[in-house]
Design a protein around this ligand. Structure first.
Ligand code: FES
Length: 154
């Protein structure tokens, strides 16, 4: 390679490596413009989505009904309540009874989940209080993001 060829390759390399920066400079700033036009609830939803949490309902619905029962949520069937011992935190379980698959109900005044089929009872953390169920209810992580109640499996 002679000197002329060498400098020719260096110039091509310099142009090629700076091309992405040049393109980014001339594109509209989609990140900032999206935030400027995105309502707070959508931004919270995006944050929740990125951390693995999925929206299953609204805080207004939770407070109006005392629970959110969403059998077709993005994480599967879920029942969310406010923690009876700390109303600032949430509890989310899979309401499918591990005995034979009935849907448990939250008994707010008694503070346990009740299965209407064979009377199994589960503590707010999902543990079995009374059989015939032998396994606990599956649980989710749950929290409030903006106006949404969000849950995450595991
Ligand atoms: S299905 Fe729940 S106790 Fe039997």
């Amino acid at each position: 390679m002679n000197r002329r060829e060498f400098f020719g390759w260096v110039s091509v390399g310099a142009v090629a490596s700076s091309l992405p920066v040049a393109i980014a400079t001339f594109l509209p700033d989609s990140h900032n413009s999206a935030n400027a036009e995105t309502p707070e609830t959508n931004r919270s939803f995006t944050i929740a989505q990125s951390s693995g949490f999925k929206s299953v309902g609204t805080v207004a619905s939770l407070d109006k009904d005392g629970q959110i029962l969403n059998k077709k949520s993005p994480v599967g069937s879920v029942l969310v309540i406010r923690n009876p011992n700390d109303s600032n935190s949430l509890i989310a379980v899979n309401p499918t009874c591990p005995h034979e698959g009935c849907t448990v109900k939250w008994k707010k005044s008694e503070k346990y989940f009740d299965c209407p089929c064979h009377d199994a009872e589960f503590a707010p953390d999902g543990k079995v209080l009374k059989g015939p169920a032998k396994k606990p209810l599956a649980t989710y992580q749950a929290k409030i993001e903006g106006n949404s109640v969000v849950v995450k499996a595991g």
